[in-house]
Design a protein. Structure first.
Length: 239
């Protein structure tokens, strides 16, 4: 009786081992690789973008037109370790920024020792120059002593500039948004329309056989229009 039970148990164990081995082998043989893109392509349906490339940055005036000084004052708190923007305030690690908008670059009578990189820039702190400077001081003036990496968001830069503009005896009016930047869709449509008109203008009309004959050329081939001419249009024999 014990031998029979041991035999049955052995066959059951053997069957389990075979089933397990078969499962493993089948799983390896029919293993499916995860596709690079999930889902099935549908012909005629364009795939929506999922964060391909970031939209191109607009000019400074586009962001300044809707900039908010009160938000800029909050962002400017990142700068207060080196700067202050109060009238008559002292220089710190960086210069005092009262009245900086529109002032000469590295040429303000504030007694600050500017770097040679800034001294060599020339010009004034225009909207565009401030916008580029706040984005990356090192790119704007290579060799500057300013170690701040910059503000990556154009909205933050615009808000800070708008705030600094209020820190002045004579704030300047903020610029209006450029026409094309204010309505990029309309600008793109206008550009596409101009391109279509250019292509249309390049197309040449097909000459009829009569017009070609007057110009000394004859149109032939399956695409040429058939013209039923008179005897006056037929070239006389012998000429």
């Amino acid at each position: 009786m014990d031998d029979r039970a041991n035999t049955i148990a052995g066959w059951v164990l053997f069957a389990g081992i075979v089933a397990l081995g078969g499962t493993i082998v089948a799983g390896e043989y029919f293993k499916a690789e995860r596709p690079e893109k999930m889902g099935y392509p549908i012909e005629g349906v364009q795939e929506e973008s999922t964060g391909g490339g970031e939209a191109a940055e607009q000019p400074a005036a586009f962001y300044l037109a809707s900039a908010k000084p009160e938000l800029g004052s909050e962002v400017f708190k990142k700068c207060t370790a080196c700067h202050n923007a109060q009238k008559g305030g002292p220089n710190g690690t960086g210069p005092n920024l009262w009245g900086v908008v529109g002032s000469p670059i590295a040429g303000r009578p504030d007694g600050f020792d500017y770097s040679s990189a800034l001294k060599g820039k020339g010009g004034t702190w225009t909207w565009d120059n401030l916008f580029a400077w706040l984005k990356s001081p090192r790119d704007f003036a290579q060799g500057t002593k300013m170690t701040f990496a910059g503000l990556s968001k154009p909205e933050d830069r615009a808000n800070v500039i708008a705030y600094l503009n209020t820190q002045s005896d004579s704030p300047l009016p903020l610029p209006a948004a450029p026409a094309q930047a204010a309505n990029p869709a309309a600008a793109a449509a206008e550009k596409a329309g101009q391109g279509a008109q250019g292509d249309k203008g390049q197309k040449q009309p097909v000459q009829t056989e009569q017009q070609a004959a007057q110009g000394g050329k004859k149109v032939a081939g399956p695409g040429a229009p058939s013209v039923s001419g008179t005897s006056a249009q037929t070239k006389p024999a012998g000429h």
